[in-house]
Ligand binder design. Sequence first.
Ligand code: AMP
Ligand code: ZN
Length: 113
Amino acid sequence: MTDCLFCKIAKGEIPSEIVYEDEKVVVFKDINPQAPVHLLLIPREHIPSADDINEENSYLIGHIFLVAKRLAEEEKLDQGYRIVNNCKDHGGQTVDHIHFHLLAGRQLLWPPG
Ligand code: AMP
Ligand code: ZN
């Protein structure tokens, strides 16, 4: 997608604070952090939302969770962390390229609003 913000970040066309990347995923700092650690994990492939995961692309989601776990180890998030996906309007999704928030560094509240 040529006009997608996160596709542009993945291609390096828009600057971001990238903390990890490989051939399948890019991880960068959220521009408006909601916790001391707030990363966004995205596939390079343009998948609009969690509602668009299918048999062909679901391996990317497993890989994203593996990367999240490794990053949590590296960042020493021993006290835990939260992985969030907001899906479509009622889920609060504002960027239509699937992404997973990795939040940590403080006690997170539940339930969400
Ligand atoms: P969501 O509301 O789940 O779609 O999350 C979108 C997230 O993208 C929000 O937390 C924003 O702060 C974040 N965001 C938007 N633009 C950028 C950007 N250019 N660089 C980094 N994070 C961004
Ligand atoms: Zn995209």
